[in-house]
Design a protein around this ligand. Sequence first.
Ligand code: ADP
Ligand code: MG
Length: 344
Amino acid sequence: MPEQTNIKVIVRVRPYNQRETEQNQRCIIKVMDGSSLLFDPDEEDDEFFFQGAKQQYRDISKRTNKKLSMEFDRVYDTDRTNEDLFMECTAPLVDAVLDGYNCSVFVYGATGAGKTYTMLGSENSPGLTFLTMRDLFEKIQSQQDIRKFDVGVSYLEVYNEQVMNLLTKSGPLKLREDSNGVVVSGLVLQPIYSADELLHMLRLGNSNRTQHPTDSNAESSRSHAIFQVHIRITDHNTGAKRSVKLSMIDLAGSERAASTKGLGMRFKEGASINKSLLALGNCINKLADGLKHIPYRDSNLTRILKDSLGGNCRTLMVANVSMSSLTYEDTYNTLKYASRAKKI
Ligand code: ADP
Ligand code: MG
């Protein structure tokens, strides 16, 4: 029997924003069904898509249509909600965590593609972190007569390869390796007794991010935010203990460093974002390929997440894209990254 992969890759397409609606552009993603899409479809498909509204202008520098048909574990079209993603993708991870598996959820994509919307959501539509944490506490509550749960939380930011504690606004913190794996020096977990406390920590950490996470300007999202819930589970009968982690990671924007105008600080930011994203991609590809040596050491992001990737861990990668031709390159690169992660 082929070994089942523990990495799920899903694509989420966001609706057009105002700029995209106003400008002349075309749709470069056609969701075919729940698990496949067509990237850069034919004009005919476009016409069909726009119900006959012919596009007057097409950027011929974008060459002939690629018409790439791609498969993922799931593809979420613009009408799907955070609640849908939660029910189908992260609620099962909560069960896995309580069964003793470390789990991680990554949102990947260019700035503006919908990562933070997916993770944090909006006023009316809470994101995956909120929905998943609420579910976690409900499930913990329902099991308390058989097992004891000690919950702690940490919220770290990796910015320019420096590790900051978002809950205490301190750092940079050093990483060191010991027999249990990678340890973030000086990191004290905040004990948590309710979902509300946990969500309070999430909000506190968000307010301490280098750029506020919902800030929509293009300069934002150059940091990786790693929200981790650490749970020690003690069986009342046997006294057996085990520790598990659930990690939710809002990755930095994946747009290339080359597109970063200007040099100096910003160039450095771009370069190190790519270093961590590249390292993460390499690790995930190697895991998906079933290789033994995984280059966790190549970046601080992958070092911190070493025990949450591969092995018995369950990983969900959400690739966020826009379907507008205005973001053609970003979307193409994101889909390539995502399909490499899916390759087995
Ligand atoms: P990122 O974090 O990838 O830079 P954001 O999550 O901030 O991108 O999304 C950019 C903008 O698009 C925000 O205004 C956000 O509210 C909106 N948006 C993103 N995804 C969706 C979606 N699925 N439905 C509605 N609005 C969305
Ligand atoms: Mg963001």
